[in-house]
Design a protein around this ligand. Sequence first.
Ligand SMILES: *[C@@H]1O[C@H](CO)[C@@H](O)[C@H](O)[C@H]1NC(C)=O
Ligand SMILES: *[C@@H]1O[C@H](CO)[C@@H](O)[C@H](O)[C@H]1NC(C)=O
Ligand SMILES: *[C@@H]1O[C@H](CO)[C@@H](O)[C@H](O)[C@H]1NC(C)=O
Length: 559
Amino acid sequence: MGLLHALPLVLFAKCVLSSTVVPHESISNAPSGFRASGSPPPTQEIKLFIALVQSNITGLAKVVDAVSSPSSPSYGQYLTAAEVAQYVKPAAASVSTVMDWVTPNVASVKPFSPAGDILQVSLTVEQAEGLFNTKFSTYTRSADGQEMIRALNYSLPSTVQQHILHVHPIIAFTPPPQRTSKNTVYKRKAIPDRRQLAPCEDIVRPVCIQEFYGIPNTTISGSLTNSIGVQGYNSPGLGEYANNDDLATFLNEFRPDIAGNTFSVTLLNGAQNLQDNSGGLEGQIDIQYTVGVAGDVPTTYLLDGSNTDAATSYMDTINWLLTQEDPPTVFTTSYGNLETDLTQSAATSVCNGYMQLAAIGISMIFASGDGGAANNQQSQCTSFVPMFPPTCPYVTSVGGTFFQPPTAFSSSSGGFSNYFPVPTYQATDTSAYLESIGDENSGFYNPNGRGFPDVASEWEIFIVNAGGVTSVGGTSCASPIFASFIALVNDRLIVAGKPVLGFLNPLLYSTGKGGLDDVTVGESSGCGATSGWPATTGWDPVTGLGTPDFPGMIKALGI
Ligand SMILES: *[C@@H]1O[C@H](CO)[C@@H](O)[C@H](O)[C@H]1NC(C)=O
Ligand SMILES: *[C@@H]1O[C@H](CO)[C@@H](O)[C@H](O)[C@H]1NC(C)=O
Ligand SMILES: *[C@@H]1O[C@H](CO)[C@@H](O)[C@H](O)[C@H]1NC(C)=O
């Protein structure tokens, strides 16, 4: 009896083993800072994401160009999320082939993305080693002792491989999203007399931003669907939330005309909206400079409690936005990672997610980072280090500047992607810049990569934290300010009966240049003997195309 039952199983196993297995992805070593510390228990359960081939991603890219380019006849004619799903949902044959292969070998499998192009599987280490023909190890990150179960390579059956883009995170040692802000704290726990605050040439408050960028106090459309989303991360290492009392104090002090305005909170993955004083400054900055600058635009704080790798965290937000009935029209994120923190395949998957958000008309805005051209990688000064998501061609990234005189913030991150080629909308501008600097920094960057940041704004501001006025700095201050500018432009478009701006870059690099003030002074820091990037006339990888000019943008849009 037992023997009879066992026989077909053995034959089946042999049959699977003899089908051709093809190497799919590999790295030669774990990244520096990790060491292999043993083998994980074979019965330990792990979670993996299988990205399937999307049915028409090149078609979706064309649609995004068409709906985002001011010269196109379909400018502003955004798709619904359901229409977008048709472009990314995998072919029926991909789904059935992959499901037939994984289902008998995993504890559970379910769609992770709304279109089903990414599957989430739970399985034991032993099952994963069989499916992916690899050997897992436990790796420990020396910086914080964090353990990850990873392998250096994996293979797929030849019959399955053509349906799969990649499996994550087998070979990806990606940390969670990181705060970009330096958050230099100058003063704490004291509300100074208003007259003692430095005037606008140094550290600024909302009235300075309104004055210098010509940003109006409040909305005039009264639209409640024109909203700003703000990303927060609340994982153990990043105990962020925005304090309601501090926002109230901030508005009383700096925006008495909108005192009493608040924001809504959405909690993902077990995030906690603690209202004590244990949080970091990021949530305070991001909420105070959206609620406090985009007067009356409804603001939603999306607080994610997961402590997983950044690629999965970014996808969580993309999936959330794709499933909202009325998603925010503008979304700001002051977190980021080194581009090399993500594998190229995972970064591409996430970036294709931002392409989907572009198609439905959301402006995704990211701080460019605070590490200068080399992102503080001083010890290995052989090449500059770009930041992701800013290098994704479907997001808008924001560098830092001072107001008076308009000068680049030297820690503003910027440069050129090693993963994403230069997109058409900026190719003329990036090549003009590279021509202007000649062979400066050559060998330190990819001259054919997507250039970032796209734009810039003020980087050093006053916030209220723990009841007192505090001065903070970084591109994480610049991103919410730029997002507020766009939300108020959207308000004026709504009044004029026009669609909101959606994915900004094709506009910003063409007719929208009139809505930005070029910053031509200053430079970013480099590493070793290199001097980073100089700001120049036109686009540069420190301040992008420049800072907000609200009246100029209204004029450029013809409203
Ligand atoms: C892919 O999308 C483009 C743009 O909408 C469309 O023209 C093309 O026919 C689509 N291709 C397929 C195979 O569906
Ligand atoms: C896969 O990684 C293992 C170490 O885990 C190594 O021994 C093996 O040579 C690698 N195979 C390939 C094809 O890279
Ligand atoms: C606009 O906001 C500033 C504060 O930033 C305030 O001083 C001014 O009174 C407001 N204007 C109106 C018309 O409410």
